[in-house]
Design a protein around this ligand. Structure first.
Ligand code: G4P
Length: 529
């Protein structure tokens, strides 16, 4: 490959930013996403994403159940250009019934934006998503939203980030007032104020200043708010963490931005700063060591499989994260697990749910591949030989049901359905060690409904689900003793997963702690070994 092409690949990698927005429902993810897309010119009218969210019944041709419930059970990918960057936003389902897919999607991101409602602070779904990102050590940027409403004190929120999530924070800007009094933010890094003006706060004036003590701010914000700003920032200067970029990149400290997505306030400066600080596509670990994005040989891995996006086709879509090299439509790649060469002829890129055929793509980009049933989560596609990327983690389910079949004559289809839906990563299947009962584990309740629906619709099998009271699954690894089912009878049970690994299901944390104490030689892992 000649130098010019190398240079082009390097440029394409350098300009890409692939991230996910993590938040609890209602924090404003749809609103923020929409504003970001608007800056990139990816949608012309505000309200497009929102309208899509609201009118799923009319517009979505995705899974029937999604229509019935009027919510999204899928994650999609949005791409836009902004200044010199090509931005990929990995969307994650915002409804409470999110699934393991949400977690897996996060493995395809190089950084995360954590969106927090200023009045509500850190909420349950944020905690779960944060933990998945923190485990990977990716940089996490925080946007505290809805500043136009009365909320909690910024100091209080920073303390909560540390106490609940265990991450220290460094405010990049600081609110001048809040709620009805909100008049702007002070940018600590650039020493400038951004002020809301006009009745609807739609005009934003940016003013360079000497420091936060600059009398210009006093003139603009008034004595009271300026005194408060000075007091807060003096405290931060003394007691706050300094901005340390290396720590940000290691995910040890989170830069915090304040703003109001709905008023577009603080969004553009957030985007500018974020894109500057967020990492470009990162290398991924493989059986042949780390694969650098600038490696000219194309590689990528499947992180998610989505069934029946279009009911007219029974095909599935496999979402592929490109790790290295250039993707070109029609190229042949090795499907490493299957040991076969395949041609990638109809790849798609996603803007919300409108799908376009993609001609070329680069590391950090996500493409959708038609999947006639040949892909599994974690599969590697490669032009760089028989390498395989690290297996994607299997996350601990949080809800469990015993599944039985209503008509015993259908047991073959039942098994086929279970096998395929497990492979797709929609459910996890376990067998009890003593009784050979089949238990299913999921992260969100909706997955059970989707499972029931698809077993009937696609495999013609009526199933019966009986909810169990377990809440945690831990993979048990004990080099000294074989796990003994009789030890896990009170508020717990011993099962095996699809690969035959031993797993213990627990009803509560107390039962889990007790089991750990009683089995000191065993390790209890949160993800499959
Ligand atoms: P989500 O995707 O995270 O679930 O949140 P979404 O953007 O749908 O926002 C949830 C609600 O919060 C919406 O109000 C939205 O308008 C509001 N919101 C988002 N950003 C801000 C903000 O900066 N300030 C204020 N005050 N509100 C904000 P809703 O009443 O549910 O919908 P709608 O009536 O506004 O359409």
């Amino acid at each position: 490959m000649n130098k010019a092409t190398d240079h082009k690949l390097q440029n394409e990698v350098d300009k890409r930013r692939t991230f996910a927005i993590i938040s609890h429902p209602d924090a404003g993810k749809t609103t923020l996403t929409e504003k970001l897309l608007l800056f990139g010119g990816a949608i012309r009218l505000a309200g497009t994403v929102k309208a899509r969210k609201a009118s799923k019944h009319a517009t979505s041709d995705w899974m029937e159940i999604e229509k019935q419930r009027g919510i999204s059970v899928t994650s999609s990918v949005m791409q836009f250009d902004y200044l010199d960057h090509r931005v990929n936003i990995l969307d994650t389902p915002g409804h409470q019934d999110f699934s393991e897919d949400t977690y897996r999607t996060l493995t395809a991101a190089d950084s995360a934006v954590m969106l927090i409602d200023v009045a509500k602070g850190v909420e349950t779904q944020t905690i779960k998503l944060f933990q998945v990102c923190a485990k990977r050590g990716i940089p996490i940027f925080t946007f505290i939203n809805k500043l136009d409403r009365e909320g909690r004190s910024p100091f209080d929120l920073m303390e909560e980030l540390e106490n609940v999530l265990g991450i220290r924070s460094v405010p990049m800007n600081w609110p001048i007032g809040m709620g009805r009094e909100l008049c702007g933010v002070y940018d600590r890094m650039k020493n400038q104020v951004e002020l809301f003006q006009g009745d609807d706060h739609s005009v934003i004036r940016v003013q360079k200043v000497e420091s936060y003590r600059d009398p210009i701010i006093r003139e603009m914000a008034g004595e009271y708010l300026h005194d408060q700003l000075c007091a807060d920032l003096e405290l931060l200067d003394v007691a706050g963490d300094p901005f340390d970029y290396e720590k940000v990149l290691r995910g040890e400290i989170t830069p915090v931005f304040f703003g109001s997505a709905i008023n577009n306030f603080g969004v553009q400066t957030f985007l500018d700063n974020f894109l500057e600080l967020a990492p470009k596509p990162e290398p991924r670990r493989s059986t042949a060591g780390a694969v650098e994005p600038t490696n000219e040989k194309f590689t990528g891995y499947v992180f998610k499989i989505q069934a029946n996006m279009n009911p007219a086709h029974r095909d599935r879509i496999a979402f592929l994260r490109i790790v290295s090299g250039k993707f070109e439509r029609g190229m042949s790649v090795k499907h490493v697990r299957a040991g076969k060469d395949i041609k990638l002829s109809q790849p798609q890129q996603f803007l919300a749910q409108d799908r376009d055929i993609v001609e070329e793509a680069y590391p950090g980009d996500i493409i959708g591949l038609f999947d006639p049933g040949i892909f599994r989560i974690g599969d590697t596609l490669s032009q760089a030989g028989d390498i395989e990327f690290d297996e994607l983690p299997t996350f601990s389910p949080e809800i469990f049901s015993k599944v039985t079949i209503k008509n015993a004559l259908k047991s073959k289809q039942f098994q086929k359905g279970i096998d395929q839906l497990t492979e797709e990563g929609m459910i996890q299947v376990f067998r009890t060690v003593n009784f050979d009962d089949i238990l299913l584990g999921v992260v969100g309740q909706l997955q059970f409904e989707v499972f029931e629906y698809r077993m009937k619709g696609e495999y013609g099998v009526d199933v019966q689900l009986q909810r169990m009271s377990y809440q945690f699954a831990r993979w048990i690894v004990d080099d000294e003793n074989k796990p003994d089912a009789s030890k896990f009878r009170i508020n717990s049970t011993l099962v095996t997963d699809k690969k035959g690994n031993y797993v213990v299901l627990f009803e509560n944390e107390y039962a889990m702690r007790t089991a750990m104490e009683k089995n000191p030689t065993a390790k209890f892992l949160e993800t499959a070994p």
